[in-house]
Design a protein around this ligand. Structure first.
Ligand code: ADP
Length: 268
C-alpha cells in the first residue's frame, strides 16, 4: 500500500518541535478545550523563552479562537505556509474556526476531507521555532484522532493528556481513550480531572458535584499504571473568562482552579 506523502511532510514540519501533545477526552463538555487553552497559556506565561502553540483539530466544533480570545482573526498564507494567529508573543493558535466565514457555520465533512484538513494543519502551518504544540481534538476516538496519530507517528508524538470529569460515565469513556492510545502506541502522559469539586466563591466551602466518585480518576490511573496529573475544581469565574476569551490566569490570580492549574503545569 502506498505511503501517504503527508507523513513525510508532517515529519519535515514538526520534527523539531520538542513536545507534541494530543489532548483527548472520552466525552464532550468535560473541559478539554478549556484545559488545552489554560495549559498553553500557563506554559507560555511561566517561561517567556518557551514558544507554545495550540492546534485546534476539532474540525466540527472548533472552540480555540473563542477561548483564547482571538475570534474573528484572519490567518494568512505566505510562501512558507499558513501564519497562525498570535495570542501572545510566545503563544500562537491555528484553528479551522479562522477559516469559516461565520462562527455559526456548521462543518459537515466526511472522513477523507477531515483527514486532508488535518494533514494540511500539521504540515503547512509556519509555527517558527516551537517548544510545545498542544493539539485540541474532538471528543472520543474518531477520524480526526486516527489521522493525527498516523501523520504524527514519524514526526515523534510526545504523547497524550486525557481530560475527564469524575462521573462514572466519563471515567468509563476514559478507559476507551486509554485503550485507543495503547493500540496506537501513543504514550499516555497522564489524566487531568476537571470539575472535581466546587469551591463556593462566597464561603469557600468545598462540595462534591458528582456523588460517590471522588478520587475515581486517581484510582483508575493507579489501575492502568498511568500518571494522575491533578484536578481542577469547577469555578464559575473560569467559565466566564473562557466564554469571554479572557486570560483566566492573569484575570483571577489565586482562584481555586488557578492553584490547581499551576500545580499541573508545574508537574508537567
Ligand atoms: P470540551 O472541550 O471537553 O467539549 P469545554 O472546554 O468546551 O469542553 O468546556 C465546556 C464548558 O465548561 C465551557 O463552557 C467551559 O467554560 C466550562 N468549563 C470547563 N472547565 C471548567 C471549570 N473547571 N470550571 C467552570 N467551568 C468550566
Amino acid at each position: 500500500k502506498a505511503v501517504d506523502p503527508g507523513i513525510q511532510l508532517v515529519k519535515d514540519r514538526l520534527e523539531a518541535v520538542k513536545h507534541k501533545i494530543l489532548i483527548l477526552s472520552g466525552k464532550g463538555g468535560v473541559g478539554k478545550s478549556t484545559l488545552t487553552a489554560l495549559l498553553s497559556r500557563g506554559i507560555a506565561q511561566r517561561n517567556s523563552e518557551l514558544n507554545v502553540a495550540v492546534l485546534d483539530i476539532d474540525i466540527c466544533g472548533p472552540s480555540q479562537p473563542r477561548v483564547l480570545g482571538v475570534n474573528g482573526e484572519q490567518v494568512h498564507q505566505s510562501g512558507s505556509g499558513w501564519s497562525p494567529v498570535y495570542v501572545e508573543d510566545n503563544l500562537s493558535v491555528m484553528s479551522i474556526g479562522f477559516l469559516l466565514s461565520s462562527v455559526d457555520d456548521a462543518i459537515i465533512w466526511r472522513g477523507p476531507k477531515k483527514n486532508g484538513m488535518i494533514r494540511q494543519f500539521l504540515s503547512e502551518v509556519d509555527w517558527g521555532n516551537l517548544d510545545y504544540l498542544l493539539m485540541d481534538t474532538p471528543p472520543g476516538t474518531s477520524d480526526e484522532h486516527l489521522s493525527a496519530a498516523t501523520y504524527l507517528a514519524k514526526a515523534g508524538l510526545t504523547g497524550a493528556i486525557i481530560i475527564t470529569t469524575p462521573q462514572e460515565v466519563a471515567l468509563l469513556d476514559v478507559r476507551k481513550e486509554v485503550d485507543f492510545c495503547r493500540k496506537l502506541n501513543i504514550n499516555i502522559l497522564g489524566v487531568i480531572e476537571n470539575m472535581s469539586i466546587f469551591v463556593c466563591p462566597c464561603c469557600q466551602r468545598q462540595s462534591e458535584i458528582f456523588p460517590a466518585t471522588t478520587g475515581g480518576a486517581q484510582r483508575m490511573c493507579n489501575e492502568f499504571n498511568i500518571p494522575f496529573l491533578g484536578s481542577l475544581p469547577l469555578d464559575p469565574k473560569l467559565a466566564r473568562c473562557c466564554d469571554e476569551g479572557k486570560d483566566y490566569l492573569t484575570e483571577l490570580p489565586g482562584s481555586p482552579a488557578m492553584k490547581a492549574l499551576t500545580s499541573i503545569v508545574d508537574i508537567y
